[in-house]
Design a protein around this ligand. Structure first.
Ligand code: ACO
Length: 323
């Protein structure tokens, strides 16, 4: 038998304020048509004044606990993927721990920008497989609206805020690729590309900074690297693209999502797409899409899912799991 990390609950939270593309036309030299046709984004949510990453993360986690019929006392660990924590420290994860009223176990953040949730899932799966934890809440949560340069039309129209959570539980499975749970992962980064997508501030440079991106350069890397990491992870599990029920990709740009599906030989009927309603929520985008995909009735127990993401670093990776 093999100890696998199986998803037993999902939840998400989106801030109340919805900003349609047309709102940017008042302050920027842009159009709804440009944003839609280049990115697939139609609207995004922005956090309210004073609303933080850990506030949103805790709400998503509460919903995942309710979905699983469990309480915070049942958790051993919380992992939060974020690049926009409330404070430099303590971690957003310990803030979520406190908001959930959980006083045992452990909590920490993972920072790999848009690939953060894939990195967090991989870490949580390893904690479960090694017996260090039996139930882990894995959350992606971001307030990218706080690091936008509102005068830069090439970036500020692309991002949004939100949070999504998956509750993973250790379950003994037969040890084949028909098991439920996380079957394989593939993580990569290459710091030579650090200047393609970064925030020009931080603690040791004594500022918060703003997101800077050479979008067309990142685009060039995205399709190639995403298809390659997804195929590597599938291969590691002894599976191929033909076995996949759903690709649940990082939601940055519909053209990247379409290009990756095509390169993997899959139809868009096999892809969960939320980019039109959420924009790019960085580490929150995959758990948001998983939670929404389940709510829509797309994702069902037994489905084979591949998640893949790329972001600043560059950092990228994929996780193969059976729901
Ligand atoms: N409205 C109107 N015109 C615009 C806008 C806008 N909002 N933004 C840029 N333009 C202009 C540019 O100035 C440029 O004009 P020019 O030709 O006169 O110089 C023109 O549109 C084309 O710009 P490109 O950047 O080449 O446009 P492209 O088709 O590449 O689309 C986009 C831009 C949407 C950013 C795309 O490149 C993309 O999605 N890149 C990848 C983003 C991504 O996946 N990031 C990784 C995850 S994010 C993370 O890790 C935090």
């Amino acid at each position: 038998m093999t100890r696998r990390a199986v998803v037993v609950g999902t939840g998400h939270y989106l801030p109340e304020r919805v900003v349609e593309n047309a709102e940017f036309e008042a302050t920027l030299d842009t159009t709804d048509e440009w944003i839609r046709s280049r990115s697939g984004i139609e609207r995004r949510h922005f956090a309210a004044e004073g609303e933080t990453t850990s506030d949103m993360a805790a709400k998503a986690a509460e919903r995942a606990l309710a979905d699983a019929g469990l309480t915070a006392d049942d958790l051993d660990a919380i992992v939060v993927a974020t690049s926009t924590p409330d404070l430099t420290f303590p971690s957003a994860a310990t803030m979520v721990q406190s908001k959930l009223g959980m006083t045992k176990g452990f909590a920490f953040d993972v920072q790999a920008v848009c690939a953060g949730f894939v990195y967090a899932l991989s870490n949580a799966s390893a904690l479960i497989a090694s017996g260090q934890a039996s139930r882990v809440m894995v959350i992606g949560a971001e307030t990218f609206s706080r690091i936008m340069d509102w005068t830069d039309r090439s970036t500020c129209v692309l991002f949004g805020d939100g949070a999504g959570a998956l509750l993973l539980e250790a379950q003994e499975q037969p040890g084949t690729n028909t098991d439920r749970g996380i079957l394989s992962t593939d993580l990569n980064s290459d710091g030579r590309y650090k200047d393609l997508l970064y925030v020009d501030g931080g603690v040791s440079t004594q500022s918060t900074g703003h997101l800077r991106m050479q979008g067309n350069q990142v685009f060039r890397h995205a399709v190639e690297k995403l298809a390659s990491t997804a195929n590597t992870a599938l291969d590691r599990a002894g599976l191929s693209a033909a076995d996949v029920d759903w690709i649940v990709p990082h939601q940055a740009n519909i053209r990247i999502i379409q290009g990756t599906a095509k390169k993997m030989g899959l139809s868009m009927d096999n892809v969960v797409v939320t980019v039109q309603d959420h924009g790019n929520t960085s580490a929150a985008s995959i758990p948001l899409a998983l939670s929404v995909g389940k709510e829509r009735g797309q994702i069902k127990e037994g489905d084979l899912i591949v998640t893949e993401a790329i972001g600043g670093g560059l950092a990228w990776g994929a996780v193969v799991l059976r729901w």
